[in-house]
Design a binder for this molecule. Structure first.
Ligand SMILES: C[S@@+](CC[C@H](N)C(=O)[O-])C[C@H]1O[C@@H](n2cnc3c(N)ncnc32)[C@H](O)[C@@H]1O
Length: 463
């Protein structure tokens, strides 16, 4: 079929799915015109209904599977089609790993401007040790039904803010389902309403649970719209703490803003502790409500051990800089194979916990800084004049600024190990480093987020 104008694309047609896009859509091509198909797997022949058409691409939905891909499988969750959280659950897990590697390759080869640098070794994706009940953190938005005012809590339907009231979620520890069910009922008993996003009214906006893979304890945070209902919240927190098992602590977070950010600035613990514990690389960590922690502690542990092994095989007593450090997880795990580790993180709650963690684990060679990473790099260059054999960069999804990368280059004498949850910004930043004369030795994808399109990558770069 020849496509010279988007109007030439029929409303319904049968296509072969060739690949998976970086957002988990099946890709079909029509004379070079790209169609992103929701719920399709490479190898499928499907009848689709085309939605919005743009100049070079359109979106579509499957209306009939004509010939299924051999990689299709039964989803582990009955809500997979309506809930937007696990886009790939209908695809065989081993094949998901292959598709994730393909996504990383496609992203790199489309971003790297110089084709001669395209021969970067991208390794096979390392599977998650668990692909069920792997999540360390869940954050359910909350609302209520119009008439009966029943509390609803769950994930949003794809591309909407309509909540799917989830009673069972196979990717989170099963006890979280009990906690959420208890809160649905107990909040209503305590006179606490669910949030109405359109009217910016109602009380309970989100429930956030941190759950420990180490000892099964849970930290429950109730995110609320206002402080007016404080007595009711105290009652609810007390019931959660006393009537449920394995609750480490219960807190409230006040977030009166109309915003997409889940947590507001202030969290107050009403019952128990303000942290849970996780064990990684034989060290016990404390994780708080506001501190970053990797979503999947099983894969996180694999990544820390992988980097530790790489360093112990290639260096003797290196100086290591761990930037964007959170609770200094990398720094603390790598302290066994380093002369000294210096960590920098801008969130004070994280560096405060990191200081406690090194004390409790008897670690003497980790130095912690609470600062913006870029400012710290600049200060370090201008004052101390220290050089690091290895710099670990683990920035947020948006990646690093060119300024920070330039500083990191000046501070590092041998390797940068760049850990990233966003292949696009990783490719952009590696492209910049290659332009500055660095060599990407290899990229190792890890499956931190089974059944979703997300991928974690570790890139080793020689400076
Ligand atoms: C992807 S997390 C990694 C945390 C840690 N490496 C880990 O594995 O748990 C990114 C961290 O960078 C921190 N961060 C974001 N921007 C920063 C900046 N400009 N300077 C320092 N830290 C920053 C965030 O608070 C977060 O803790």
């Amino acid at each position: 079929m020849q496509i010279t104008n988007k109007k030439d694309v029929p409303e319904e047609l049968i296509v072969d799915i060739e690949k998976l896009s970086n957002l988990g859509y099946g890709i079909a091509k029509l004379d070079g015109y790209v169609i992103f198909v929701e719920g399709a797997c490479p190898g499928d022949k499907v009848k689709i209904k085309v939605g919005k058409k743009n100049k070079n691409f359109a979106n579509a939905k499957v209306i009939e599977i004509i010939e299924p891909s051999p990689y299709r499988t039964e989803p582990i969750c009955p809500m997979q089609k309506v809930c937007g959280a696990c886009q790939l659950q209908f695809i065989d897990y081993e094949y998901q790993l292959k598709l994730k590697k393909q996504i990383v390759e496609d992203t790199f080869f489309s971003i790297f401007r110089d084709n001669s640098k395209n021969n970067i070794e991208i390794r096979d994706t390392i599977a998650s040790p668990k692909n069920k009940e792997y999540r360390h953190k869940i954050q359910y938005p909350v609302s209520e039904t119009k008439e009966s005012k029943r509390i609803l809590a769950g994930y949003y339907k794809p591309a909407s803010h309509e909540i799917v009231n989830i009673k069972y979620c196979p990717i989170q520890p099963s006890y979280c389902d009990n906690i959420i069910e208890f809160i649905r009922q107990a909040a209503q008993d305590c006179g606490i309403s669910g949030y109405n996003e359109k009217k910016h009214a109602g009380d309970l906006k989100h429930v956030v649970i941190r759950t420990s893979a180490y000892n099964g304890k849970n930290l429950v945070i109730l995110v609320v719209n206002s402080t007016r209902i404080f007595d009711k919240l105290k009652k609810l927190a007390s019931r959660i703490y006393k009537e449920l098992d394995n609750i480490a602590g219960v807190g409230v977070n006040f977030n009166p803003q109309k915003t997409n950010l889940i947590l507001g600035k202030e969290t107050q613990i009403l019952e128990g502790n303000n942290f849970i514990e996780e064990k990684l690389c034989d060290k016990v960590f404390k994780v708080g409500a506001e501190t970053f922690f990797q979503v999947n502690p099983f894969t996180a542990n694999n990544i820390f051990e992988y980097i530790k092994k790489y360093i112990s095989e290639n260096f003797k007593d290196p100086m290591i800089l761990d930037a964007y450090a959170g609770i200094s997880t990398f720094g603390i795990c790598l302290s066994d194979v380093a002369k000294k580790v210096v960590t920098v993180e801008e969130v004070k709650a994280s560096t405060d916990l990191a200081s406690k963690i090194i004390k409790e684990n008897g670690i003497k060679n980790v130095e912690i800084h609470n600062m913006d990473a870029g400012k710290f790099f600049e200060k370090e260059l201008n004052t101390k004049g220290r050089k690091f054999d290895i710099t670990v960069l683990d920035p947020p999804r948006k990646g690093c600024t060119e300024e920070s990368l330039n500083y990191a280059l000046k501070l590092t004498s041998n390797k940068i190990i760049y850990v990233s949850c966003n292949p696009a910004t990783l490719a952009r930043d590696l492209n910049y480093l290659v332009e500055k004369g660095c060599k990407v030795e290899f990229i190792q994808p890890f499956d931190m987020f089974p059944h979703t399109y997300h991928i974690e990558n570790v890139a080793v770069i020689s400076v």
